[in-house]
Design a protein around this ligand. Structure first.
Ligand code: EPU
Length: 424
């Protein structure tokens, strides 16, 4: 279980990162696998699970439904959903965790009904759930709303269908695979999300006996099976964590070897880092990133996979404060994910936002230490990296619990690379 830790990081910047760091399992893939475990009465044993706040919170969501969830080893989580006593997760755990909405598809598949609160999560823009709900309806569920809760109820077994997703929603696609895995007949999800985390959930379902093809492309087919079974499953490496260390290395003119990564999940990032001049080498599951004294400016666009991940957008923006020239950052996934720009300005960055989706960054600027707030998990990580690059003063990053929700021991791992960073 993730320990409750002090909530502020003090960072003395200006130190080169150097050495080797190992990547943990993917946060978002874990949430999908945990939801999938609800589909069967047998044990599901997940390996390479990151010990982070969001996993603990998802465990509480599952427990509130009657599942047993326990750590049986370092990074090993056993889930047993033999005795589900509810189709309604506790609002105090589900209401603030976006990924908890995945239990909706799993419960609908297993019990024929589910009722979940409007999912909360980070403040990064509008986060509708029409793709999830209209997909459930296409499979034959009736959708209704009771105050804060959405209810999906199937009065007869779910029937496979062709579902056109208006947007390739990551959680939406996973939710529909979870519901369709045991529906009668074939489901086609058109305009599906192709993110590696979607592929991860599909792989877990396949291990459980599901018949799914096309995960990783924009058309996924699910041939419903009568029943699934428990399984052991290893969570994929966290591409966003791996990307964080690569950017941190580039930003501090460091030389970092990121081990246990899946570099093909990071092609859009490594492509842009190389364009900026960063030296990148890839061999098997090792990604090596070396910073250079003079970075070139970039235009980046955060897009659905395989485009540059929106979750890496703030991190790359911090790097661009050190590029020689004007860079443009376009956020095309969420409509309000540049809120960190105000915090970066407190550290001396020259960042101008036009509207809520474009930032113009002029560099290089000498960042200085400041007291800044982690607004969400990714923006928080970006500010920590900015702190590492600050050449004067000390930075104080508050509300670090956001970062602890998504990163396993980020501060410890950065310290092992030579960062001067402590919790206070
Ligand atoms: N959208 C719709 N309709 C829907 C659902 C989404 O229009 O029904 C739109 C949203 O408005 C948004 C875009 O689709 O503009 C992307 O939303 P998506 O549904 O793909 O995001 P999500 O599934 O809610 C997951 C990750 C996010 C990550 C996004 C995009 C989890 C738990 N969350 O969210 O991760 O940023 O996909 O890749 O898997 C994070 O880890 O910090 C995080 C926020």
């Amino acid at each position: 279980m993730a320990q409750r830790k002090a909530n502020t990081l003090l960072i003395e910047g200006g130190h080169r990162l150097q050495g080797t760091v190992a990547v943990s399992g993917s946060k978002n893939a874990t949430l999908g696998a945990m939801a999938a475990a609800l589909l069967v009465p047998e044990d599901c044993v997940l390996q390479n699970v990151p010990v982070i706040g969001d996993v603990d919170q998802m465990a509480e969501v599952l427990r509130s439904l009657g599942a047993t969830v326990e750590w049986t080893g370092r990074n090993v989580l056993r889930i047993n959903a033999a005795e589900l006593h509810s189709s309604t997760p506790a609002i105090e755990f589900a209401g603030t965790l976006r990924g908890s909405f995945l239990v909706m598809g799993a419960l609908l598949g297993r019990l024929g009904e589910a009722s979940c609160p409007q999912p909360g999560g980070d403040v990064i823009g509008q986060r509708p759930i029409d793709v999830h709900l209209s997909g459930f309806a296409a499979l034959g569920a009736e959708i209704s709303r009771d105050g804060e809760r959405f209810i999906a109820h199937a009065s007869k077994p779910l029937e496979g269908a062709t579902i056109f997703a208006d947007y390739p929603s990551v959680l939406g696609t996973q939710n529909l695979m979870l519901a369709a895995a045991t529906a009668r007949g074939r489901t086609r999800i058109v305009n599906a999300a192709a993110e590696p985390e979607v592929q991860g959930t599909a792989q877990m379902l396949i291990r459980m006996g599901a018949r799914i093809s096309g995960a990783g492309t924009h058309t996924i087919e699910v041939e419903g099976v009568e029943r699934l079974r428990g399984c052991e499953f290893e969570i994929i490496p966290d591409r966003l964590e791996a990307g964080t260390y690569a950017v941190a290395s580039a930003l501090t003119q460091g030389e970092v070897e990121v081990r246990g990564a899946c570099p093909q999940h990071l092609e859009s990032l490594t492509h842009k880092l190389r364009e900026a001049g960063v030296q990148i080498e890839i061999q098997g599951d090792v990604l090596w990133a070396r910073g250079v004294p003079e970075l070139r400016p970039l235009t980046i666009q955060a897009l659905p996979y395989p485009g540059l991940a929106t979750d890496l957008q703030a991190l790359v923006a911090v790097l661009l404060t050190q590029a020689h020239g004007v860079s443009y950052v376009h956020e095309r996934v969420f409509d309000n994910r540049l809120l960190y720009a105000g915090e970066l300005r407190k550290m001396g960055a020259d960042v101008v936002t036009t509207g809520t989706t474009t930032a113009i960054i002029s560099g290089p600027t000498s960042l200085h230490g400041a007291r800044v707030q982690a607004l969400d998990v990714r923006a928080g990580a970006a500010l920590i990296l900015a702190g590492l690059a600050a050449v004067s003063g000390r930075s104080e990053v508050t509300d670090v619990y956001h970062v602890d929700r998504g990163y396993e021991r980020l501060d410890e791992k950065l310290r092992s690379l030579g960062a001067k960073i402590e919790r206070v």
